[in-house]
Write a protein of this length. Structure first.
Length: 258
C-alpha cells in the first residue's frame, strides 16, 4: 500500500494541526486569522501556550496578539502555518524582537511498512523514560520546566479522535523508544510526533520499530495522509526521508524571551 500526499493536501494538514491545537487547549483566545491556545497547567510548555496563525493574519498585528494572549508568561511564541503569510510576517516579527525558525512538514509517500512490533502503552509507563530524555535533550531546563514538558502528554489525548502512545521494548521489557500517534480516521489524517529513543538504546533499530508501527496502525485505521514535523536544522529529517517521507511544506516559528 502506498500513499501520495502532494503539497495540494497542505490545507488538510493545516486544518488537522489547527483542530488539534484547539482541542488540546484548556482555553483559547480568538484573533483575526489566528488563535491563542493556552493551558495554565503547563505554563512552561510553549507547545501548550502560543498563538497559531492559521489564516490570513495581519503581519503587523501578530506580535501584538502574542503580547495580549501570553502577557502572563515569560515568553512569546507563535506558529504561522502558511508559508506566504509567514514570509510577510518575518520582518514585522523581527522588528518586534522575535527570533525565527522553521519546522518542516513531511508526509509519508512510500510503501507502508509491516508492523514494527511496538505496542500501545499508558502514559504512566512512559513518564520515567520521557523525563530522562528531557534531562538529556535540555540539560539546563529547570525541574518545573521538565515537569510540564513531560506531563503535557496528558493534554494531547484531547487533541484528536484517536491518540496512542506507542513504545518499543528491549527483550528485558525496558522501554527503548516511543512515539505519539494522533489520528482522525473520519478525515483520513494522522500525525506522528515526538519520536525519541532512550540514550542507552540509540542506534539499535528501536526508532524504526516505533515509526513502522505508527505508519502501519495509521494506515490500518484508514489514514491515507500520514505526516510528521521535523526541525529544518536538525538531522532527523534526513532519516525520515530515507523512511519514505518527503517535505510538503513548512511552519514558521517565532519566539521572544522576556
Amino acid at each position: 500500500m502506498t500513499s501520495t500526499t502532494p503539497a495540494s493536501e497542505l490545507p488538510r494538514i493545516h486544518g488537522f494541526l489547527t483542530d488539534f491545537h484547539r482541542r488540546q487547549a484548556a482555553r483559547t483566545v480568538e484573533f483575526p486569522g489566528a488563535v491563542a491556545v493556552l493551558d495554565d497547567a503547563y505554563r512552561h510548555s510553549r507547545g501548550n501556550n502560543h498563538v497559531l496563525a492559521y489564516g490570513a493574519v495581519d503581519p503587523e498585528a501578530l506580535a501584538g496578539y502574542a503580547d495580549e494572549a501570553l502577557g502572563h508568561l515569560p515568553y512569546r511564541y507563535s506558529y504561522v502555518l502558511d508559508e506566504t503569510v509567514a514570509a510577510a510576517c518575518l520582518a514585522p516579527m523581527e522588528r518586534a524582537g522575535f527570533r525565527h525558525a522553521t519546522t518542516l512538514l513531511m508526509a509519508h509517500t512510500g510503501e507502508v511498512p509491516e508492523h514494527g512490533g511496538a505496542r500501545e502503552v499508558d502514559f504512566d509507563e512512559l513518564r520515567g523514560p520521557v523525563t530522562a530524555s528531557w534531562h538529556r535533550i535540555a540539560p539546563q531546563a529547570r525541574p518545573e520546566h521538565v515537569h510540564d514538558l513531560v506531563e503535557r502528554r496528558v493534554a494531547r489525548r484531547r487533541g484528536a479522535d484517536d491518540v496512542r502512545f506507542l513504545a518499543a521494548h528491549t527483550p528485558e521489557g525496558e522501554v527503548a523508544a516511543w512515539v505519539d500517534l494522533y489520528m482522525n480516521p473520519e478525515t483520513g489524517i494522522a500525525q506522528i510526533e515526538d519520536l525519541v529513543t532512550a540514550e542507552a538504546h540509540l542506534k539499535q533499530g528501536y526508532a524504526g520499530k516505533v515509526l513502522d508501527t505508527a505508519l502501519r496502525e495509521a494506515a490500518d485505521a484508514g489514514c491515507g495522509t500520514r505526516f510528521l514535523t521535523a526541525f529544518s536544522g536538525d538531522w532527523p529529517h534526513t532519516w525520515y526521508a530515507r523512511k519514505g517521507f518527503e517535505v510538503v511544506g513548512s511552519v514558521a516559528r517565532f519566539e521572544r524571551l522576556l
